[in-house]
Design a binder for this molecule. Structure first.
Ligand code: MG
Length: 410
């Protein structure tokens, strides 16, 4: 059996970002198990092309057309057309004929990679609400969705979850990957609480007055996790934890009053599940996203560790604290959005994306991020979620409203 183990064929959306590059590292370490068959990136075309050559990938997409000049377009087209050559490819693995590659430009072409006939798994590591359609189409196409784009569930959980099963939606978010593993072999009816852990971010212990003059560089310096810009800012405001509470609600069909956030500054505990008999299962490990990425790709198997396992003698202490939602208002706002449900999380998320981008652009103060989110939420009358189109229209409305609010107030 071992010499003919099945190869999983993987599409990576957002391949030049933090999760994308770590996914490719896992694929490199397990080249006998994983084959990359499609790659998409937003703007970093040169890096994407380099990845395509390194992993011999012939289905490629660039999300933002403006970053491509004629030479680059030519290079991508040649890569897409190049003959496949897979040294040491195990028998039965994917070896299509030359000329079967593809190269697409624009957001629709990124989503189209979800439909690649030769793909088994799509890693959705796109940033923000733009990831929703890719998640939806992946599950529609009957493929496994390895989900790092939590906004997919925050915005469209009501549309995504009916398409998903336990084996077709694998969370890459470390907290949700942890909960997923704690729940293996358990009866969902016996779960009483999910404990979602939070590092607390770079401003843990600060008060509102301490945060008035925070700069993007300060907010981007996360103490334990190495991540992209959007999620690093979200982690510092605790919006990321708020999004994760909504994500957990959808993924594990859990009421909001049974999802608790606890600050665990060492980030060694990735989350916990409490059961009716008072037992608690926790997932611990090295603070490195390659572990949850690999689990989502290897499931239901476990493969050799992609990074050094945690040495508890080095770890020393584990601390716990309640989150400070007076200082970090975004967590409370996200909880409110989730509890009300319907289209409110979609609107909240869009407002947050605009506010974070404005903050990174020095066009919004740090504390202003929560103000923008709250103003847009207050201006919206929530509706029942009906379609991707409806969500997409409301997403745009919320972005416009947030921009107008920012123009007036900053
Ligand atoms: Mg997380």
């Amino acid at each position: 059996m071992s010499s003919k183990q099945a190869i999983k064929r993987v599409v990576v959306l957002g391949s030049t970002g933090s999760i994308g590059t770590q996914t490719l590292d896992v694929a490199h370490q397990h080249a006998d198990r994983l084959q990359i068959v499609g790659l998409a990136a937003g703007t970093r075309a040169a890096e994407l092309l380099e990845q395509a050559r390194r992993f011999d990938v012939h289905h490629l997409a660039v999300g933002v057309p403006e970053v491509l000049d004629q030479d680059m377009t030519q290079a991508f087209t040649e890569q897409a057309k190049a003959a496949y050559f897979l040294p040491n490819a195990p028998e039965g693995s994917y070896q299509p004929q030359a000329g079967q590659g593809s190269f697409g430009v624009g957001p629709d072409e990124v989503v189209n990679l979800c439909h690649l006939p030769e793909a088994d798994i799509v890693v959705n590591a796109l940033v923000g609400a733009q990831g929703l359609r890719a998640s939806y189409e992946t599950l529609k196409a009957g493929k496994v969705l390895a989900l790092a784009n939590k906004e997919s569930l925050v915005v469209g959980g009501d549309l995504i979850m009916p398409l998903a099963t336990h084996d077709t939606l694998l969370p890459i978010d470390s907290e949700h990957g942890a909960i997923y593993q704690c729940l293996l072999g358990e009866n969902a009816k016996e779960v009483t609480k999910l404990w979602v852990t939070a590092s607390g971010g770079p401003f843990r212990g600060k008060m509102r007055k301490d945060l008035e003059t925070v700069t993007p560089a300060q907010a981007l310096a996360h103490p334990t996790w190495n991540m992209g810009k959007k999620i690093s800012i979200d982690s510092s405001t605790l919006m990321n934890k708020g999004l994760e509470v909504i994500e957990a609600h959808h993924l594990f069909a859990m009421d909001y009053d049974r999802i608790e956030v606890v600050v665990q500054p060492q980030s060694a505990i990735h989350s916990m599940v409490e059961f009716s008999d008072g037992s608690v299962k926790a997932h611990l490990g090295t603070t490195d996203m390659r572990i949850p990425i690999q689990f989502a790709l290897s499931y239901p198997e476990r493969w050799s560790a992609p990074v050094e396992p945690l040495d508890f003698r080095q770890l020393g202490t584990l601390e716990f604290a309640a989150p400070d939602t007076d200082t970090f208002k975004c967590l409370a706002l996200a909880r409110r959005a989730g509890s009300v449900g319907g289209t409110l999380p979609c609107v909240m998320n869009a407002a947050n994306e605009i506010a974070v981008a404005a903050f990174l652009d020095n066009a919004c103060s740090y504390l202003g991020i929560a103000d923008v989110v709250e103003a847009v939420m207050d201006a919206h009358t929530p509706q029942v979620v009906e379609s991707i189109e409806q969500l997409s229209e409301l997403d745009q409305w919320a972005r416009d409203y947030a921009c107008t609010y920012l123009a007036k107030n900053y």
